[in-house]
Design a protein around this ligand. Structure first.
Ligand code: MN
Length: 232
């Protein structure tokens, strides 16, 4: 059958191996650092984790200039450790979860904070707040065979060189094996899936011209520039 229009090309993330990582789906864990949960006005008790999703096409590579999105007055950065899934599985046990991880990267969960909070407080879906075009910048994916499995290490974010977020991966409420296991209870994880593991405290707004850099010990930085508005 001929197609009415050209299909979307796969979104391919770069790895330090030189081979592309075709991106399938994004799962994003919410409120996974206690200090961030508190700054969002929530009690960081050890409730079950929760997550939302983004389209694969929200991924943009480190180095990109991303448009300031429409329909927000409060576009925020969130520095995150990203887990790249390399092996399919469902109902994965935490003890086996690392076997399903291809590697790790730095990333950003860019957020229309005004729309996210309005949706949250009205009990509506978070899509317009979170599933935003170009909202999932991603650094180089380092295979676990190269960097090991990340349990601790500094995670930091700067805006125009000024430190805004500064924490340690050891502060994750739900660690990588637990989050992989949790998501796999609801969805069959597949190679190409990415899990954004949540952001530390210190989230805040960006404006046109800002340079945002995420650093995680042992990984390549993820850096973006905020460009002009997407539409007028
Ligand atoms: Mn996030």
């Amino acid at each position: 059958m001929t197609l009415l229009f050209d299909p979307q090309l796969p979104i391919v993330a770069a790895t330090t191996e030189g081979r592309g990582f075709p991106v399938r789906r994004l799962f994003c864990i919410g409120r996974n650092y206690a200090a961030h949960a508190r700054e969002m006005g929530k009690d960081p008790g050890r409730e079950p984790p929760f997550f939302f999703t983004k389209w694969a096409e929200t991924v943009v590579p480190s180095g990109a200039t991303i448009a300031y999105p429409a329909e927000t007055q409060n576009f925020h950065y969130e520095a995150e450790l990203v887990v790249a899934v390399g092996k399919a599985g469902s109902s994965i046990q935490p003890a086996e979860a690392r076997d399903h991880v291809y590697g790790y990267a730095t990333g950003l969960d860019m957020t229309r904070r005004d729309l996210q909070l309005e949706a949250r407080d009205k009990g509506r879906p978070w899509d317009t707040g979170k599933n935003v075009e170009q909202s999932a910048p991603l650094g180089l994916i380092h295979p676990a065979s190269e960097v090991g499995h990340l349990r601790r290490g500094r995670i930091a974010l700067t805006v125009n060189g000024e430190v805004k977020q500064d924490a340690d991966l050891a502060e994750l409420i739900w660690d990588v094996p637990e989050t992989v296991a949790y998501v796999s209870r609801f969805y069959q994880l597949e190679p190409g899936d990415l899990i954004y593991t949540g952001t530390p405290a210190g989230v805040g707004p960006v404006k046109e011209g800002d340079t945002i850099v995420v650093s995680i010990a042992g990984l390549s930085d993820c850096s973006i520039v905020i460009g002009p508005a997407a539409r007028d």
